[in-house]
Each structure stands twice: as structure tokens, then as C-alpha cells.
Design a protein around this ligand. Structure first.
Ligand SMILES: Cc1cc2nc3c(=O)[nH]c(=O)nc-3n(C[C@H](O)[C@H](O)[C@H](O)COP(=O)(O)OP(=O)(O)OC[C@H]3O[C@@H](n4cnc5c(N)ncnc54)[C@H](O)[C@@H]3O)c2cc1C
Length: 380
């Protein structure tokens, strides 16, 4: 069976790319190695944050399109995927670089509404946070929660509705290519052929690219996902970055009670390096302790004892921005990798960029922020 395009990986990025291709009338096959749905990659779970607040103004501007695309997906499927909560970014340090970058990014995107608060204003407005009148805050009213698992299901439904095929429970083992064709062989021994292929294999992307002769600096890390009991708490999603622990900056984030009534989600933005095949071998008790200390100091209404623990993976690129590009020696092999800790909300936009590359509308990434070239070395 020959396809126009094969997409490898059924996380949010592979699904979004396959959706964009199928919607454009292209004969599209998506191959996923685990039976769907699964919780082994980076896209599983009920919730992800969505927001315009990004430290980079370009990414804030891309969110304009992302909100439109999510709206379209909601209209097409009739499923509500976004819960509007607003987002509060805050720090106990008024000179915090991340906070100041976010405020600056909003200044460069005047259409994106926001409010900036002094430490005193924050303390008055948010008795749930013990800042003692210090720090700075930035409120993004467009912030909210994306219903992640439901979004994946909607994307799957739309791929099939537009004529695409989803082949799950069978991993890609080998990719052979020449200028016009890509041939894929899976673990069950099946062979598929297409004009181009898009690799969105999340934490497994590094080894797959290595088989093709490319060493791309990608590092999977484990992110423990914690839920904590709280009677009353911030109604918003939030991001904290600051210096509560003297000597180094910390970055934590959270969502209001949603998945499990009475429990709020409070998580780290860092974790240990892992092999995705053995994710939970790595203990994260040190991070649990950091968060317990943080909650004790910062959130008086949250019980500093973990109630529920789950696991997820970030696949980090060195600058935490994804790589959306073609391979220099094989323009019909496209890669969408390294989405780090923020790649869900932009999925439909990055999917559209990857679909353009797969169709040859562009043969390489022009925006430096997403190019493979930015990590180029003679040996890449
Ligand atoms: C705890 C946590 C919180 C997060 N919070 C946010 C947030 O608030 N907002 C936000 O925007 N982003 C957030 N992110 C980041 C976001 O979820 C990820 O960037 C995104 O899900 C990455 O999706 P992906 O499709 O690139 O990778 P994945 O979801 O990992 O998908 C890759 C898929 O490829 C498959 N695969 C791998 N190898 C093969 C193969 N050889 N053959 C076939 N299939 C293969 C895998 O099985 C997997 O299903 C968060 C991530 C985590 C872990």
C-alpha cells in the first residue's frame, strides 16, 4: 500500500501532523508503536496548560493561530477541549528573568491581554500565596486547561474522518529512503511506502534519528506528576519561578482541581535523565521533597503530602524549543522532535508546519527558532 505521507508517532504532534495532512486530502498513514491510548510517552493524562504567556514573543504570536486551530477541532468534533481558568505567572523576585521575559513578550504582542502585578498587589489579590508583599506577577486571561486525553481522541477521530489510517501497536524499526520514496518496516514485519515521512517519536526520536545517521541532542527526562489535597486554592493555572531555595532558581507549575475533585496538580519543571523504556526505574523522591518544602512555604491551603503520583516525560532539546525541519540529506524525511515541557498547546500549529514540510511546500525550516541547523555540528 502506498501513501502520500507516513507519520511516525501517535502523540499530540504526530496526530496533529497526520490530521493536517489528511484534512488537506493527502493519503496519510500514522504508525504508533503502542496500542492507543497509552501512557508511555509525553502526551497522556487528562490535562495540559494552554496560554499566550511565553518568554519568547514569537511563540506568544503563534498561540493566536493555535487557539483558532483548537477552536476548529472543537467545532468539528463537538467536544469542549478547553476550560478557561486564566494563568498567573509569579515570582518572589521582582527581577526574575523568566517573569520579565513574559511581560516583555506581551508588550511585543499588544493584542494579547495581560495584567502585571507588584508583590503587594499579588499578596492582596491572592491570599492563597505566601509572598509577603514581595515579587512580581503577570496574569494571562487567555490561560486555561486543555483536556489532553480528549484532544488526542478528537485528533484520532478527525484523521479517520478525513480518510487517514491509524496503525497502532506496531513500532517502526527501519526507515529506508531515496529522493522520491520512503520505505518503512515495522516490528511485525510489515512494509509501508510513501513519498515522505514525518518522525514525531517523542522520547524515542533520538535512537530513530541515529539509525538514519543523525545525532540530534535530545534528552528525555522523567517528570513526576503530583496531586495534592487543597480545600480552597488559586482558581487559575499558574507558573512559579524564583529563588525560594537559596542558591538556585526553581520553576514549578500547577493546575486547579480538575481531574480528581479536591486535588490540585503541582509539579516540577525538571527531572532526572532517563531511558524512556525504563522511565519509572528512576526515583524522584528528592523532587517530591523539594515540592513538599515549596508548598509548605508558599501555599498555606495545600496539604504538603502527595495524594496521587503519576509519571510523564519531557524530551528536551538544548534550548527547550522543538526542532521542526527536514533532514539535510533527505528532504522527504521531516522531524518534529524535542518538544520539551511545552509542546502540547502548540500541537495544531506545529502539526501544520510539519505538514507543509512533508508536502514540500517548504523544503527546510526557515525560522531559526525551530531549525535543526541551530544545533548543527559537522558530525550532526
Ligand atoms: C507532566 C507534563 C506536563 C506538561 N505540561 C504541558 C503544558 O501544560 N502545556 C504544554 O503545551 N505542554 C506540556 N507538556 C509537554 C507536552 O505534553 C509534550 O511536549 C508533548 O506531549 C510531546 O508530544 P509528542 O507527540 O512530541 O511526543 P509523545 O507524546 O511522546 O508521542 C510520541 C509517540 O511516538 C511513539 N513512538 C515512538 N517511537 C516509535 C516508533 N519507532 N514507531 C512508532 N511509534 C513510535 C510513542 O509511542 C509515542 O506515542 C507537558 C509534558 C509533561 C510530561
Amino acid at each position: 500500500m502506498e501513501y502520500d505521507h507516513i507519520v511516525i508517532g501517535g502523540g499530540v504532534n504526530g496526530l496533529s501532523t497526520a490530521y493536517q495532512l489528511a484534512k488537506r486530502g493527502k493519503k496519510t498513514l500514522l504508525i504508533e508503536k503502542f496500542p492507543l491510548p497509552h501512557s508511555r510517552g509525553s502526551s497522556h493524562g487528562q490535562s495540559r496548560g494552554i496560554r499566550r504567556a511565553y518568554p519568547d514573543p514569537y511563540l506568544t504570536s503563534l498561540m493566536e493561530q493555535a487557539y483558532k486551530e483548537w477552536d476548529e477541532i472543537m467545532k468539528l468534533t463537538g467536544v469542549k477541549l478547553i476550560k478557561e481558568t486564566g494563568l498567573l505567572c509569579f515570582s518572589d523576585d521582582q527581577d526574575n528573568k523568566f517573569l520579565n521575559q513574559i511581560i516583555n513578550s506581551f508588550e511585543k504582542n499588544p493584542g494579547a491581554k495581560n495584567e502585571v502585578y507588584s508583590g503587594e498587589e499579588l499578596s492582596k489579590k491572592y491570599p492563597f500565596i505566601s509572598l509577603g508583599g514581595k515579587g512580581v506577577g503577570c496574569y494571562d486571561p487567555s490561560g486555561g486547561v486543555l483536556m489532553a486525553d480528549k484532544a488526542l481522541k478528537c485528533l484520532q477521530e478527525l484523521i479517520v474522518r478525513y480518510g487517514g489510517v491509524i496503525h497502532d501497536g506496531d513500532g517502526v524499526e527501519d526507515i529506508q529512503h531515496d529522493q522520491d520514496k520512503v520505505q518503512i518496516c515495522t516490528s511485525s514485519g510489515r512494509r509501508f511506502v510513501a513519498k515522505s515521512c514525518v518522525i514525531c517519536a517523542g522520547p524515542w526520536s533520538g535512537p530513530l534519528l541515529k539509525q538514519l545517521g543523525y545525532t540530534v541532542p535530545l534528552q528525555p527526562i522523567k517528570i513526576p506528576v503530583y496531586y495534592w489535597k487543597a480545600d480552597h486554592f488559586l482558581p487559575h493555572t499558574w507558573i512559579y519561578e524564583g529563588y525560594l531555595n537559596p542558591g538556585y532558581g526553581v520553576h514549578f507549575w500547577g493546575l486547579p482541581s480538575l481531574e480528581y475533585p479536591g486535588l490540585v496538580k503541582i509539579c516540577p519543571h525538571h527531572g532526572p535523565e532517563i531511558d524512556p523504556d525504563t522511565r519509572d526505574k528512576q526515583c524522584t523522591d528528592d523532587i517530591k521533597q523539594e515540592l513538599t518544602n515549596f508548598i509548605r512555604a508558599m501555599f498555606p491551603t495545600v496539604e504538603p503530602i502527595v495524594s496521587v503520583e503519576e509519571s510523564c516525560i519531557y524530551t528536551l532539546s538544548p534550548d527547550w524549543n522543538p526542532i521542526l525541519d527536514t533532514l539535510p540529506a533527505a528532504r522527504n524525511i521531516v522531524i518534529g522532535v524535542g518538544f520539551s515541557g511545552t509542546g502540547f498547546k502548540l500541537g495544531p500549529v506545529t502539526g501544520s508546519i510539519l505538514a507543509d514540510l512533508a508536502m514540500g511546500i517548504k523544503d527546510r525550516q526557515e525560522a531559526k527558532i525551530f531549525s535543526l541547523e541551530r544545533f548543527s555540528s559537522p558530525k550532526l
